[in-house]
Design a protein around this ligand. Structure first.
Ligand SMILES: Nc1ncnc2c1ncn2[C@@H]1O[C@H](COP(=O)(O)OP(=O)(O)OP(=O)(O)O)[C@@H](O)[C@H]1O
Ligand SMILES: [Mg+2]
Length: 397
């Protein structure tokens, strides 16, 4: 039972009793007095009941579940929702790849590719894995298509762009094939001469000497190639670690030109070096020396004997600009974009004849990239070639 403590109830009781007494005093029948009293007490007890808490029907929370279309839009790769072979939703990436018209179209028309159509018609969807599509979008693009069955007649088609990884894989395979080929040629030559010497050709001292000279040259070529391969992989491995030595490029250019001048014989006299005062560059001294050897070495090798090779160093805004210009035969425009590819040579015979590995400019490009610099090769056939390299100056911190 509830305790009657509410002052309103006590007041109600008091009024009830007072009314009953008043009714009695006014000559009311005792039954009437009793009825009034019972009614008043009943009213007071009713009032004593704890009021029912007010229960408000809960306000429905706003629906925050995203729509299927919104979820698909959040995915950067092309995704399509298929319902009974019709495209019921497609995100922006899918519309960009396949066209804005694909909504509500038959999926085999939307993804116009025979392999895709075959896969989408596969009987056992769970068994069938992803498939590769070549030429969807642009001619060279490669996609991996996944089909996920959903509830009912719905399926999710997901396309993943594999163009980049395919190109990287192809480059790796080509690189191994090219490197093996480059090593095999001098090795075959060495083995041939060894055989010939064994068969008695070495008895004649003059012939033996001639053969040994060739063998020495071939072995050196292999060594150069291996050294270049090792430095290329080292530079690539360090690519994301910016160098932080302060390198006086002017002094380094003088030093490298001095070394090349000593090695270069006649051609060394064609070197014209012009060095303006520059702030030190932020770099890796050994790698910058290798870069200078390659670029100035190329100008000396491929420029015409007796024509000048101009090496200039000057500040350019926040950067230091190195330019190496020769007056050689030049390079035809179609070769220019490929010059920094590994083993790419314009004239393989000429490169071999001057002992080139075809890795020099590829090494140069990687060194420039690691130094956050810029490389530009400009050439006019019959006039000559100018290689320009911009390197950031070392920040004073
Ligand atoms: N200054 C230049 N003038 C004309 N052709 C050039 C010049 N520099 C480079 N080339 C061409 O570009 C090709 C690639 O040059 P790169 O320096 O990468 O290789 P390489 O000189 O053949 O060999 P390496 O530098 O490894 O000894 C050369 O084979 C040559 O055909
Ligand atoms: Mg070279």
């Amino acid at each position: 039972m509830q305790r009657i403590a509410n002052p309103h109830i006590l007041a109600a009781l008091a009024i009830a009793v007072a009314t009953a007494i008043a009714a009695g005093l006014l000559g009311g029948q005792p039954q009437i007095v009793l009825i009034v009293l019972i009614g008043a007490v009943a009213a007071a007890l009713l009032a004593a009941r704890k009021p029912e808490p007010l229960v408000l029907s809960p306000t429905p929370a706003p629906d925050t579940t995203p729509t299927v279309a919104a979820v698909l839009e959040g995915i950067s790769e092309p995704v399509l929702l298929i319902e009974r072979n019709r495209v019921s939703a497609a995100n922006e990436a899918a519309r960009t790849l396949l066209g804005a018209h694909i909504l509500d179209e038959d999926v085999r028309v939307a993804i116009r590719h025979p392999a895709a159509a075959q896969r989408l018609m596969a009987d056992d969807e769970k068994e069938a894995g992803p498939i590769h599509l070549v030429g969807l979008g642009t001619r060279d693009q490669r996609w991996e298509m996944h089909v996920h069955p959903l509830d009912g007649d719905q399926r999710l088609v997901h396309l993943i762009d594999r163009t980049g990884s395919h190109a990287a894989e192809k480059m790796r395979v080509d690189f191994v094939a090219n490197a093996s080929h480059e090593l095999r040629t001098p090795l075959a030559s060495l083995l041939g001469f060894i055989e010939t010497l064994r068969d008695g050709a070495g008895e004649d001292a003059e012939t033996r000497e001639r053969f040994l000279k060739i063998m020495h040259g071939e072995a050196q070529r292999m060594q150069r190639l291996i050294d270049d391969l090792i430095s290329l992989s080292r530079i690539e491995a360090e690519k994301f670690r910016a160098p932080n030595e302060a390198v006086d490029l002017g002094a380094l250019v003088r030093e490298v030109c001095g070394v090349l001048g000593e090695e270069g014989g006649e051609r060394a006299r064609d070197l014209r070096v012009e060095i303006a005062p520059t702030t030190p560059v932020r770099g890796d001294r050994a790698q910058l020396s290798q870069l200078l050897h390659n670029v100035i070495g190329n100008a000396l090798k491929y420029g015409r004997s007796g024509t000048p090779v101009a090496v200039t160093l000057a500040p350019e805004g926040e950067m230091t600009r190195l330019s190496v210009a020769d007056k050689g035969d030049g390079i035809a425009p179609q070769h220019l974009p490929r010059l920094t590819e590994r083993f790419y040579r314009v004239d393989a015979g000429r490169s071999h004849a001057v002992g080139g590995t075809g890795l020099g400019l590829s090494i140069v490009r990687h060194i420039v990239e690691r130094h956050r610099g810029r490389l530009d090769i400009a050439s006019v056939v019959g006039t000559g070639t100018t290689v320009t390299i911009l390197l950031p100056a070392r920040k004073l911190s």
